[in-house]
Design a protein around this ligand. Structure first.
Ligand code: GLA
Length: 371
């Protein structure tokens, strides 16, 4: 019998803890109420039909002949099917799916992992594969690494799968232990401002940063041979290598170690409603991403700097992989509309680019509903 389901797969924000997930660090993300909606139905035979209403594109996929496409967006679907069918040797029926995205692409809110999570969750349900959350997270990573070419960590997929309404997730990416933290920042609202400078992380220096961190860890372990992850290295120990490591590699490692501490301090501050202290850590995080990790850009820096003259804005920083995308800001509710007007005007004047600003709410992770 033909079955039809609707999958709702959210984007994610990250309050703090950037570029630490693949270094074994802690992050503080949450799923949001902006989503990708995927309508799935099973069909007879071996041929699948995929439609993206957002990209206004379609393609067919024969389950008996799966190979990488030259068209990148098709690889999201092909990668999922390949991983389930060929690598995991799971049985999946042919399907038709329609993808409707309400997540801006390349904005640092993880439209890419959201799509992959949604596809896997849908096929999991339609074919009764009984994959649990951790298995889904691992398959998303495999698709990103092997098919999309992004050597990312687990923050995005973990959040998209485990998100909970009104809760932040304090996630230790080393062992996947996590706890939910209330996300009430009253009287401040979380506002995202999209530079509209799009990035495809796989084409940026993201993977280079992953390599630089690995290099730092290898050099340190030549002497100490005991650190599994870069975040485990104490700052004093890292300083022993200041002259041995390349300057930029030292700076990357210093950022990672400090950012991980900031995340843990942030979780504590938020739990105690010390929002202003947390906001200061957001600014420090941005400064590190700009100067030490070098993943910011002029447009992001402009948006963060613009907030500094407002007492009603307690924190601002670039969010996600960087090289474009959004800033995340904590803004007193009364100021939100006026601020958006002023910053939009100034940004347009400076870069001749229109920005998009939106308030988000923290929502549940991916859901699958029968239609
Ligand atoms: C991207 C990756 C994540 C994480 C962030 C930076 O979103 O997919 O794994 O590394 O960048 O924190």
């Amino acid at each position: 019998m033909e079955e039809k389901i609707i999958v709702e797969s959210p984007g994610r924000i990250n309050l703090i803890g950037e570029h630490v997930d693949y270094n074994g660090g802690s992050v503080l993300p949450a799923a949001i109420d902006k989503k990708i909606i995927i309508e799935f139905r099973t069909v007879k035979g071996d041929e699948c039909y995929i439609e993206s209403t957002t990209l206004k594109k379609t393609f067919k996929l024969d389950l008996k002949k799966i190979s990488k496409s030259k068209i990148q967006w098709e690889n999201y679907i092909i990668g999922v099917v390949y991983n389930l069918l060929v690598l995991k040797k799971l049985k999946i029926k042919a399907f038709k799916c329609k993808i409707d995205s309400y997540l801006p692409i390349g904005a640092g809110i993880s439209s890419s992992s959201s799509l992959i999570c949604g596809l896997i969750s849908g096929l999991n349900h339609l074919n009764n594969l009984k994959l649990n959350h951790n298995e889904i997270i691992d398959i998303v990573s495999a698709v990103e690494h092997n098919f999309i070419g992004l050597m990312g960590g687990i923050m995005d997929q973990f959040t998209i799968v485990n998100g909970k309404k009104n809760k932040l997730i304090l996630l230790n990416c080393q062992n996947r232990s996590f706890k939910y933290i209330n996300s009430n920042f009253n009287p401040y609202k979380i506002v995202l401002i999209n530079t509209n400078v799009e990035h495809n992380l796989a084409d940026t220096s993201y993977n280079e940063r992953v390599k630089e961190c690995k290099e730092a860890l290898e050099v340190i372990n030549k002497k100490y041979n005991k650190y599994r992850y870069l975040v485990d290295v104490e700052e004093e120990i890292l300083y022993e290598f200041k002259n041995t490591l390349k300057e930029k590699v030292f700076n990357r490692a210093l950022f990672v170690i400090q950012e991980n501490k900031r995340t843990l301090d942030s979780a504590e501050n938020i739990s105690k409603s010390n929002y202003k202290e947390f906001g200061q850590l957001m600014y420090k995080s941005h400064y590190g991403l700009k100067k030490q990790y070098e993943v910011s850009c002029e447009e992001l820096d402009f948006l963060v700097d613009f907030t500094s003259s407002y007492d009603e804005i307690i924190g601002s920083r670039m969010m996600g992989g960087g090289f474009g995308g959004c800033t995340i800001n904590l803004i007193e509710e009364n100021l939100v509309n006026d601020f958006i007007k002023s910053v939009s005007k100034a940004y347009l004047k400076k870069f001749s680019i229109k920005l998009n600003a939106f308030q988000i709410n923290i929502d549940d992770g991916v859901t699958v509903n029968k239609n």
